[in-house]
Design a protein around this ligand. Sequence first.
Ligand SMILES: Nc1nc2c(ncn2[C@@H]2O[C@H](COP(=O)(O)OP(=O)(O)O)[C@@H](O)[C@H]2O)c(=O)[nH]1
Ligand SMILES: [Mg+2]
Length: 340
Amino acid sequence: MQFVDYVKINVKAGDGGRGCVSFRREKYVPRGGPDGGDGGRGGHIIFKATDKLNTLLDLRYRREYKAERGQHGMGKKMHGKNGKDLNIAVPVGTIIKDADSGEILRDLDRKEAETVIAKGGRGGLGNAHFATSTRQAPRFAQQGEEGDTRELILELKLLADAGLIGMPNAGKSTLLSVISSARPKIADYPFTTLAPVLGVVKLGNYRSIVVADIPGLIEGAHKGSGLGFQFLRHIERTSVLLHLVDISDDGTGNPVVNFEKINNELELYSQKLVEKKQIVIGTKLDIAVSKKRLNKLAQYCKSKSIDFFPVSAMTQRGIKRVLSYLSVEVEARKTLGENI
Ligand SMILES: Nc1nc2c(ncn2[C@@H]2O[C@H](COP(=O)(O)OP(=O)(O)O)[C@@H](O)[C@H]2O)c(=O)[nH]1
Ligand SMILES: [Mg+2]
């Protein structure tokens, strides 16, 4: 099973500048020779892998990328300036494909890996190049070449940074839809009705994280009966689990029991998962009027030193706190990873 972030874009490298037709005109030099300069090269389109990004979210908002054209050549053999290259930052692991053929052009699998994916056009030669003994005053120069144009598909295998777990109806899908800005595609997933859902959550500063909704984590998942079994494998790599518990007056069962039930399930599946960092998110705060279930769960979390965040996806109350928590937590894990 793979999660794949996917975007299609057009890139156009800069055209080369035209060569110049010009003749030297100086006082006391009656018939100056040709002195038209060359056109500058068009800017390249360059992709560069960075570990500061981990999704393709920022590329979704723009379909066209164009690099600057080269300046035209000028008199006195002055070369036109080259067009500025356009650097596009993508996450490490981004695969660049030609959209027409599907051919893989480049796999940016290392930090700082870079590739010129569309070349800027060469600048045209100025007429100064074309003077010969028999043709002393060439009245022509070359056009610049066109920059490459390409349609590209970018693909990135995603790993979830955080997983949402909880009983059915705890509010997982709703929360994910409220916090995420995009839904990456899921490739090669055999189930159709209960497919896991990923959301890319923007945290500001161009950072984003991937949150996975784990719909099949029900009792029995560890035996492979639910969809959970396959999916749990995926969340083994997340840095934090967000455990959602319904704290509203409409909720069923004791919230503490519900919480422990899910954790038993996790434990049966893998010890590693239970030991993973968990925070508790009490959901549907807007209809937790009596606060009975809320207080019960809050007390329990306090006694176990588990961070507790009551939220309402409906009114957005408490959501910001969760996001800033995630921002710090995921960043901390990254830094830790770098030091190992
Ligand atoms: N009042 C209220 N209802 C909510 C909230 N979040 C979810 N719900 C409702 O709770 C039900 C179950 O939510 P859902 O996200 O599908 O739960 P899931 O099974 O964990 O994915 C749905 O009817 C939602 O509309 C909330 O913040 N406030
Ligand atoms: Mg759901």
